[in-house]
Write a protein that binds this ligand. Sequence first.
Ligand SMILES: NC(=O)c1ccc[n+]([C@@H]2O[C@H](COP(=O)([O-])OP(=O)(O)OC[C@H]3O[C@@H](n4cnc5c(N)ncnc54)[C@H](OP(=O)(O)O)[C@@H]3O)[C@@H](O)[C@H]2O)c1
Length: 160
Amino acid sequence: MIKLIALVDSRWGVSRDEKIPWSFQEDRVFFREKTINSIVVMGRNTFSSIHYRPLENRVNLIVSKTMKSTPGAKVFRSLEEIVDKYADFWLIGGASLYKHALKNDLVHYALITRVNKDHGADKFIDAANLEHFSQKIIFNAKQYSILEMIKSDVIDRVQQ
Ligand SMILES: NC(=O)c1ccc[n+]([C@@H]2O[C@H](COP(=O)([O-])OP(=O)(O)OC[C@H]3O[C@@H](n4cnc5c(N)ncnc54)[C@H](OP(=O)(O)O)[C@@H]3O)[C@@H](O)[C@H]2O)c1
């Protein structure tokens, strides 16, 4: 299953000036719990934003047409190459990789932490691409909620 995980602001922003100023500790813990011992897939800019340091206790796969091999991570030229090789992974960003995956209908499941404030983001997830997902709020607090989204045809397949 291809699973997307993201922390967005109220306008579905994913970053501002290449950073995520609305990041907070509980979400970092949540992200870690969900992705630990799994495969994580990220674009080159996201890998750069974590200083090219692979996430611990996870298999790190980077999508890049320009990057050479890098210690502790594997580089693939396209997301499709990863899809061909791995059946189950977390897509952890950033904006362009989320966009590519959603537009090409590659995502089956998403966990979105959504903060209730507009942080003036300059990169976004296009929420229209999530219209075919059924949505459940699995956590709700004053400042943020966590949405679990499952693609409708995945639910249909499971129920058949
Ligand atoms: N809010 C969140 O949950 C969250 C999560 C992760 C990241 N972010 C933020 O998102 C920002 C980065 O987003 P971004 O859109 O600039 O970059 P990105 O998606 O992380 O990386 C873009 C690069 O990845 C490669 N790439 C992406 N899609 C590709 C595709 N379909 N095929 C081949 N290569 C592909 C390309 O590398 P080459 O140019 O080398 O070919 C491209 O230049 C950062 O500021 C980060 O902090 C936010």
